[in-house]
Design a protein around this ligand. Structure first.
Ligand SMILES: Nc1ncnc2c1ncn2[C@@H]1O[C@H](COP(=O)(O)OP(=O)(O)OP(=O)(O)O)[C@@H](O)[C@H]1O
Ligand SMILES: [Mg+2]
Length: 231
């Protein structure tokens, strides 16, 4: 198997609210390999979104280690980390998170703006990605002029814009009907494969989970082994 792009070991994360401490993650381990797709299922509140935000370097954790390409994120400064994140990771969200005031193409280009001022090459890449997700005719539409499935296609194009090593998708089909959800899921898996990106998919959908290389279940703050996920 290829070398890991993301590794997590002995990860603990708790939230404090008043007197109470909620221990969400209690010793999570993960090695995500180049080009590998994994799915994470788990009950609502089990910590899936928290884990994905930690993987993205967007949320701090209590103890443990997180490495991108073998390099620990510990002690990294915010600015350089944000730029590295924009090149290393693409994110797809349940609620799309498109910027409503700008058109679909500019939403895709926004990923590049996190790193540098987009040049003509970046614009060409954004158009290519819009075409790749089947929206070549929708580049000038505002998000409000797109269907839910189309918005999520823009989300996928934006996530892939910078040729990231890893795509993190947190319930990307959660707001879509079943058929559209299946289309988006196939698109995500296909474009990740084409571009050699690894995929971390959070989903409640067992069929979608099964379409990834490896299934994980987050339970009581840890991943259960794949064998026990097969029900
Ligand atoms: N900022 C926060 N402050 C306090 N508690 C939090 C915070 N963020 C999350 N939590 C708690 O951590 C737990 C895990 O939340 P998380 O959003 O990661 O769950 P999830 O598995 O993604 O759930 P869902 O399937 O509903 O999206 C929940 O009990 C939640 O209330
Ligand atoms: Mg969640």
């Amino acid at each position: 198997m290829s070398e890991p792009v993301v590794t997590v070991s002995g990860l603990y994360k708790s939230f404090r609210s008043g007197e109470n401490t909620i221990e969400v993650l209690r010793g999570v381990e993960l090695s995500l390999h180049i080009g590998e797709s994994i799915s994470i299922r788990g009950e609502s509140g089990s910590g899936k979104t928290t884990f994905v935000h930690i993987l993205a370097g967007l949320e701090a954790f209590d103890t443990g280690e997180l490495c991108w390409r073998g390099k620990s994120l510990k002690g990294r400064r915010r600015g350089p980390l944000a730029r590295e994140r924009a090149g290393f990771l693409g994110m797809v969200f349940q609620s799309f998170y498109l910027i409503p005031e700008i058109n679909a193409l500019d939403n895709v280009l926004m990923a590049r703006r996190m790193i540098e001022r987009p040049d003509e090459g970046a614009r060409k890449r954004a158009v290519e990605m819009m075409e790749r997700v089947g929206l070549g005719e929708r580049t000038h539409h505002l998000p409000s002029q797109l269907s839910g499935g189309e918005k999520q296609r823009v989300g996928v194009a934006r996530a892939l814009m910078n040729r990231p090593s890893v795509i993190l998708a947190d319930e990307p089909t959660g707001n879509l009907d079943e058929l559209t959800g299946n289309v988006i899921m196939n698109l995500l898996l296909t474009v990740c494969r084409e571009q050699g990106a690894s995929l971390v998919l959070v989903t409640h959908n067992k069929t979608h989970a099964r379409s990834t290389d490896r299934e994980l279940l987050l339970k009581l703050g840890k991943f259960e082994s794949p064998e026990s996920v097969a029900e």
